[in-house]
Design a protein around this ligand. Structure first.
Ligand SMILES: Nc1ncnc2c1ncn2[C@@H]1O[C@H](COP(=O)(O)OP(=O)(O)OP(=O)(O)O)[C@@H](O)[C@H]1O
Ligand SMILES: Nc1ncnc2c1ncn2[C@@H]1O[C@H](COP(=O)(O)OP(=O)(O)OP(=O)(O)O)[C@@H](O)[C@H]1O
Ligand SMILES: [Mg+2]
Ligand SMILES: [Mg+2]
Lengths: 159, 167, 167, 159
């Protein structure tokens, strides 16, 4: 219904405006309606301004900035209405080390609310997990789960 | 409903049965390219009722049954079971169970089976269960590989649907 | 034609003039997210005659002029110069030059300028030069960020065009 | 013309069949025409089978396998008809360490033919470059080029 969408939009927008500067260490972002007169059909635009930069079309942002902006929106939506679990497949791939650290800092916080399953190639993200499952193919084409030793994290994954 | 464990047997590259116990907090899944990490995500989606082979990177639904490799012949059955903890937020008919196990099977001849706590049910009962608890059905609870950028590059009308799911 | 150097001034995030000398072999470009690495690629494409703002991630061609930041106001002019070594493979009218410098300018009022070795030319002369030497005009000589996957996910008729460029 | 396309297709296909097993340490791949009767309009399909695995639709391949398959085709095309320079923007992003090393090994070889400009966040790829340009934004929003010290590679990038 119209009012429920308006309320969801307001709540997510407010949270997005808080989450974005957390992940970007500054800057600002918001959602905008393409048609405020027609809430039942209006589209949703993203406005994103990393710290110190001029506000321009979101298309001009870098690969990493786009990914981090999208992540801020996903986290904001999650904080408004958490799903019981959340699966993230290599969302940290385009991020540099500084941004991976900020991503993981925030992930640490929101993982108190729900379960997170995170697929990654990034060693910083691996270090942040509570447990690690290693998937291998000793026999090519055949997946097995193994224990992964990363400092203090060892998971003996065979049930 | 928290996921307690995920069992995969015969689904995609998991020819031998594999068990993953997910606890609280952050569970990381790691390994080389092509080893099966995203296949774990596909197994979750499929067990929760995904009906589109394309959403699972296949061309036909039979693509998700182990097709064989150099050391093994193909299998005739794919089976995935997700076991949830009943944290109180479940439809009334399951309120008495401490655990709720959802199983989906596909045979190579095309026959499908769906079970809840080992009792045969219809696909409809599975999707209703998930809709009722909000598990995994939202567009933003599974972010697939390479898809995070779509939120930024999507058309405004498509981005709207993500907000609608919150409403 | 080998690229000897690339000079960027006022294009996208390069408010101050920047010079990159590319030699033989592999030149790596590194830096944090959003620092301007892909903007260097855009500068190359633009100087070689790219006419679509969308191909440069912009909405209008003026988007490629430095728009300002917290510490600087916007600029009124974007200029990129690519200097090539004449390794013999150039159209006859440039055969005598050891270096061939191609410059493109865009003023905020929309005026464009094109120069070869400081002589004003038309856009057509620049694109002809590049077509003649095969520099950069092939779809596979610049692989943009995030685009490598498209070769695999492309429709067969689109993939054909990559082969046609070889023919 | 028809014959030129047929010859280009044949040459690229032959080279692709050599390059793929180099990057994948085995396996096989080839190009196929969707319509062999109609060379003027036929589309081009990719068949890709990593070592030890069953031949299936290319859509089922992993993110890294798709990227490496595409890279094999790009390198094959380049070897048939080299462009004077080639720019690769973060093509190594989805690859694990083993595949990044194979990618860089082959890149080292073909960089003898033409200039390569490689944008990367990957330290293994940085180590393979002949020179490194660092782009920074000390003043947010303003790009500058700086010297990058990575072991023996230092580039004083100011002209
Ligand atoms: N039905 C099937 N039978 C056997 N193998 C399959 C089947 N379906 C998919 N595969 C194999 O699974 C592999 C892909 O696995 P997956 O996408 O999980 O890799 P990944 O670990 O996510 O890798 P990356 O890090 O590159 O993303 C492919 O090599 C594919 O051949
Ligand atoms: N006309 C302009 N004026 C000022 N800044 C601009 C202009 N056009 C683009 N930018 C800025 O350039 C930045 C993007 O740079 P670029 O895409 O080169 O980053 P990158 O180094 O490739 O990062 P990543 O590693 O994330 O891919 C954006 O933050 C954008 O705001
Ligand atoms: Mg994957
Ligand atoms: Mg970039």
């Amino acid at each position: 219904s119209r009012d429920r969408f308006a309320e969801a939009f307001r709540a997510v927008n407010e949270m997005f405006q808080k989450v974005f500067p957390r992940l970007f260490r500054g800057g600002e972002a918001r959602l905008e309606l393409t048609d405020e007169e027609n809430l039942l059909e209006s589209g949703v635009e993203i406005v994103s301004q990393p710290p110190g930069k001029k506000l321009q079309s979101v298309s001009l942002l870098s690969g990493g900035e786009k990914a981090l902006t999208a992540t801020a929106l996903v986290f904001a939506i999650f904080l408004i209405k958490p799903s019981p679990f959340c699966v993230l497949d290599e969302v940290d791939a385009p991020l540099d080390d500084a941004n991976v650290n900020r991503f993981n800092e925030m992930l640490r916080d929101i993982s108190k609310i729900s379960q997170f399953i995170v697929i990654t190639h990034n060693k910083l993200t691996m270090a942040e997990s509570d447990r690690l499952y290693g998937i291998t193919m000793e026999e090519p084409g055949l997946s097995k789960v193994v224990s992964v030793n990363l400092g203090s994290k060892v998971v003996v994954a065979a049930a | 409903m928290r996921i307690q464990r995920l069992e995969i047997h015969g689904f995609k590259s998991f020819a031998d049965k594999v068990v993953l116990n997910f606890g609280e907090g952050i569970s990381g899944i790691v390994g080389p390219n092509g080893c099966g990490k995203s296949n774990v995500v596909d197994a979750l989606r499929w067990c929760m009722g995904e009906m589109s082979a394309k959403q699972l990177r296949g061309r036909a639904m039979n693509d998700i049954i182990f097709a064989g490799c150099d050391s093994r012949g193909p299998l005739g059955l794919a089976e995935v079971t997700i076991t949830f903890n009943n944290d109180g937020n479940v439809p009334p008919q399951y309120a008495a169970y401490t655990e709720i196990a959802v199983t989906r099977r596909l045979h190579r001849d095309g026959t499908s089976e769906y079970l809840i706590n080992k009792t045969p049910v219809r696909l409809r009962d599975i999707t209703d269960l998930f809709l009722g608890t909000g598990v995994g059905t939202r567009a933003y609870s599974i972010i697939e590989q390479g898809r995070i950028g779509f939120i930024v590059s999507a058309r405004p009308e498509d981005r709207r649907t993500i907000i609608e799911e919150v409403a």
